[in-house]
Design a protein around this ligand. Structure first.
Ligand code: GLU
Length: 321
């Protein structure tokens, strides 16, 4: 079916979804990272960006929060840019674990077989793949430059969050050494873990995440800068990864009920991609048990259902003025 939507319809739906989700309660801030436990749990923002650069923002969309696991998306893109999608498939994989994002059990079960760059183990592997190998500063520059290209503006490291994570990331240290044991870290293990921890500690806004999402939706063209950030062949690959594991062990339920591939982070951020149509981002700190923002989920789901959209619907969607 052909669906034509006006920008005003997008605006109305987003505004209504924001109002609806503002009243949704429940969940709790992530408490295993001390910095996140102390963030104002009343913050809430919703941003939508179209491939032509039109932005719709509601609430706390310029508040800088910890990007956390959403950072796995840009670094997976960078690994694909540098080593090709096939290289990422071979070295990390593209399969959902079906287990929590920080699962050690998943590594033991999989040992040499594939995982995905969108859970902790695969993301640490992805950081280890980033070129130039052995040079932490240059790798960090490549990671942050790529995020800047995707967002059209730079992320800012939240020092306090970085310290908080570095002081408490015992589980991720165990993951890193297990990866080393199974020859799935491709650079110095400590450096790879540190890069992963640092990228999770980057501060990002809802507005920036919506631009990143829209860049993916627009086949690699940043809607604000018009720069081709990555080859268009990478767009369906990253969207596939997001669709299969973006919501951790509840990804199937999410896709089934929302109709949009999305990646969440324990900082409360969610990035959603409707290929060819728009990018969406939402942020609110309280999380459900799987680690996904309660309000952000409610807002994105409501937005999709108000517009009658879904990635599996097979519709051809056009947005007009
Ligand atoms: N830095 C967090 C961790 O590694 C990110 C988790 C997440 O957002 O899923 O535990």
């Amino acid at each position: 079916m052909d669906i034509t939507l006006t920008k005003d319809q997008i605006h109305q739906a987003a505004q209504q979804a924001y109002g609806y989700a503002s009243n949704v309660t429940g969940g709790a801030n992530a408490n295993y990272i001390p910095y996140l436990a102390n963030i104002d749990s009343g913050l809430f923002g919703l941003s939508v960006m179209l491939p032509d650069g039109t932005a719709f923002n509601y609430g706390d969309t310029s508040y800088r929060f910890g990007i956390e696991s959403v950072s796995k998306v840009p670094t997976a893109i960078l690994a694909m840019k540098q080593s090709s999608p096939e290289g990422v498939l071979e070295k990390i994989g593209a399969d959902a674990t079906g287990l929590p994002f920080n699962s050690i059990f998943a590594i033991l079960l999989e040992n040499h077989s594939p995982s995905t760059p969108l859970v902790n183990a695969g993301a640490i592997s992805a950081c280890s793949m980033i070129e130039p190998k052995g040079d932490s500063d240059a790798k960090w520059k490549a990671i942050t430059d790529n995020i800047t290209d995707l967002c059209g503006s730079a992320p800012v490291l939240i020092d306090e969050l970085y310290k908080s994570e570095s002081d408490t990331n015992f589980n991720n240290r165990a993951i890193t050494w297990l990866l080393k044991n199974y020859e799935r870290v491709y650079d110095d293990p400590q450096m790879s873990l540190d890069l992963y921890t640092r990228q999770c500690s980057l501060g990002i806004t809802c507005e920036q995440l919506a631009v990143m999402a829209a860049t993916i939706a627009a086949h690699g063209v940043n809607p604000l800068t018009r720069k081709q950030v990555f080859d268009k062949s990478i767009a369906p690959k990253i969207t596939s990864l997001i669709a299969t594991v973006g919501f951790y062990q509840s990804t199937g339920n999410w896709l089934y009920t929302s109709g949009i591939p999305a990646k969440s982070g324990v900082g409360g951020g969610v990035l959603g991609v409707l290929p060819g149509v728009f990018g969406i981002a939402a942020f609110a700190p309280p999380l459900d048990e799987a680690g996904n923002s309660v309000k952000a989920q409610a807002a994105v789901k409501k937005f999709m259902s108000l517009l009658g959209l879904g990635i599996m619907n097979g519709d051809f969607v056009t947005i007009t003025d």
